[in-house]
Design a binder for this molecule. Structure first.
Ligand SMILES: C[S@@+](CC[C@H](N)C(=O)[O-])C[C@H]1O[C@@H](n2cnc3c(N)ncnc32)[C@H](O)[C@@H]1O
Length: 262
């Protein structure tokens, strides 16, 4: 990774016409693949059923089909919000899903208007994670749930040939100012919050963490002694590459109470 080139690319992506052109080549993950759609839908369903609920998805990318499946299974309303409109002209079967592009700050929904919020590999891209978590709390009804799958790795190294498992957390090498200068405008931007920071943030905003599932980068466990930039983190934060969290908005608000893990 050559830092001046990374900075130049980031500055270029700050120009909307260039960003629009670049987005035509983006792959956002699930990409409306029916098998992956089913997997994601079933993963969410393990935590909370959809029937009779108003559901919001944050950051669907190309894929409105997970919400469309919820509609088929009895959700009352399904809304998707994203900072980019990746919808194709042909998303047959997604007519019941409302899409809104927004600024990534204020969720364009009324307070206490939904029962379930989903997000799949989008929270790590949030430029303002604290504000988004606060907004999720606001738009959920008491008793509602937020389910987020968060990929904690450095996306810039995904899909490289040959694979570079030693670079899973390469993003953590850089000071924040430099990282933002290299990535802020790009789809590979990640906010670099570690799993404990996500859990603390959710707890601080008043969520009750009902369940969490994590996956570990085994390669990082093996290489940890030589990856000095990870030594400032506790072992769990240094090696956890995936976090799925299901948290509830209590019926009576517990804002300000930080839940401790473990
Ligand atoms: C890696 S893609 C994941 C897309 C989809 N959920 C999937 O799994 O295929 C990340 C998505 O999050 C969106 N995103 C980034 N920041 C966002 C924000 N503040 N609010 C909503 N969506 C955001 C991006 O535009 C992109 O569509």
């Amino acid at each position: 990774m050559w830092i001046p080139l990374e900075i130049a690319q980031n500055l270029l992506m700050g120009f909307e016409p260039i960003a629009t052109l670049a987005r035509r080549r983006h792959s956002t993950g699930v990409n409306a693949d029916p098998i992956k759609v089913r997997e994601v839908f079933e993963r969410y369903g393990r935590f909370s059923p959809v029937s009779g609920k108003d559901i919001l998805e944050i950051g669907p990318g190309h894929t409105l089909e997970v919400l469309a499946q919820a509609k088929v299974d009895g959700a009352i309303s399904c809304t998707a919000i994203d900072i980019v409109d990746y919808r194709s002209s042909d998303q047959a079967g997604c007519e019941g899903v409302k899409f809104m592009r927004y600024d990534g700050r204020t969720i364009p929904l009324a307070s206490a208007s939904c029962d379930l919020i989903w997000s799949h590999t989008a929270f790590e891209h949030l430029r303002f994670p604290g504000q988004t978590v606060k907004e999720c709390f606001r738009v959920l009804r008491p008793g509602g749930s937020l389910i987020a799958l968060i990929d904690l790795g450095d996306h810039a190294w995904y899909g490289t040939v040959p694979p570079r498992p030693d670079k899973v957390f390469d993003c953590l090498r850089y000071p924040e100012w430099l990282w933002n200068l290299m990535r802020w405008n790009r789809s590979s931007y990640v906010n670099r919050l570690r799993q404990s920071e996500w859990l603390d943030l959710l707890g601080r905003e008043g969520f009750f963490i009902r369940e969490k599932e994590t996956a570990v980068s085994e390669e990082t466990v093996r290489l940890l002694p030589s990856l000095r930039y990870l030594h400032k983190y506790c072992q769990e934060d240094a090696v956890t590459s995936l976090l799925t969290v299901c948290c509830d908005k209590p019926h009576t608000s517990a804002a300000g109470v930080v839940q401790q893990w473990p």
